[in-house]
Design a protein around this ligand. Structure first.
Ligand code: HEC
Ligand code: HEC
Length: 183
């Protein structure tokens, strides 16, 4: 009888371990191992990006700020942005309807549903307001953005990611103007 109990106990602790390692731990590891995960996805995105530059998009949407890589927003968010360009973040970025349709097409077909875009705040339609963006940028020092005349806003990706134009946001390339080299 006693032996049976011990067996049962052993068995249940074995299955608990099995359960933990099969279902619970990978979830935790995934959260911790985010960077690895991201890097894998990153290379997939980078490969995709080779075919996803669009001269019209760069010309029309890259004059006031970075022509943001389409994958950072969902198709719904891009459509909403493109449908309201005359009232664009307190600016007017209106386009004629043919160009608008072409760019919308490009953005929608290269949009994504990933960690960046699935958390988009649909009220502000900002990449820089998505939960994933905020999480990725929580180590940015105080005073490095708003009060920093060389940055001013998180929308100004290029200020800290000098290769953003080439769609590269690697950690080792990051430099925050006026702040110690980021390592
Ligand atoms: C006349 C200037 C101008 C043009 C042209 C323009 N934008 Fe913008 N855009 C702005 C301003 C201003 C902001 C807000 C920047 C800030 O808050 O610092 C902005 C912000 C954005 C953001 C949010 C950035 C963030 O913080 O995540 C997106 C996305 C965006 N624009 C997309 C586009 C697209 C797509 C086009 C082309 C159809 C475009 N923009 C053309 C002025 C412009
Ligand atoms: C004030 C400087 C600054 C601005 C502006 C900024 N970033 Fe960053 N970004 C950082 C820093 C610093 C990190 C690294 C944070 C860390 O790893 O702890 C980072 C990380 C990232 C990463 C993850 C890189 C990786 O390999 O994990 C991406 C992608 C990214 N930023 C995209 C953007 C985009 C898109 C914009 C504009 C909408 C932007 N950033 C604006 C400073 C900035």
């Amino acid at each position: 009888m006693k032996k049976n109990k011990l067996h049962a106990l052993l068995l249940s602790s074995v299955s608990l371990t099995l359960f933990l390692s099969l279902f619970v731990l990978p979830g935790i590891a995934d959260a911790d191992d985010d960077d690895h995960h991201d890097r894998d996805k990153w290379s997939v995105w980078k490969k995709k990006q080779v075919n996803t530059t669009n001269p019209e998009y760069t010309a029309e949407c890259g004059s006031c700020h970075l022509a943001y890589p389409p994958r950072f927003l969902s198709s719904e968010a891009w459509q909403k942005i493109m449908a309201n360009l005359e009232n664009h973040f307190n600016d007017n970025a209106e386009l004629d309807s043919t160009v608008n349709a072409k760019i919308t097409d490009f953005l929608v077909s290269n949009s994504s549903s990933n960690r960046w875009s699935s958390n988009t705040d649909m009220r502000t339609l900002r990449i820089s307001n998505s939960r994933h963006f905020i999480r990725k940028h929580h180590e940015v020092p105080n005073g490095a953005v708003g009060p920093n005349a060389q940055v001013k806003s998180y929308s100004n990706c290029k200020a800290c990611h000098p290769k953003a134009d080439a769609d590269s946001f690697r950690e080792r390339e990051i430099k925050i103007p006026g702040f110690r080299f980021w390592d």
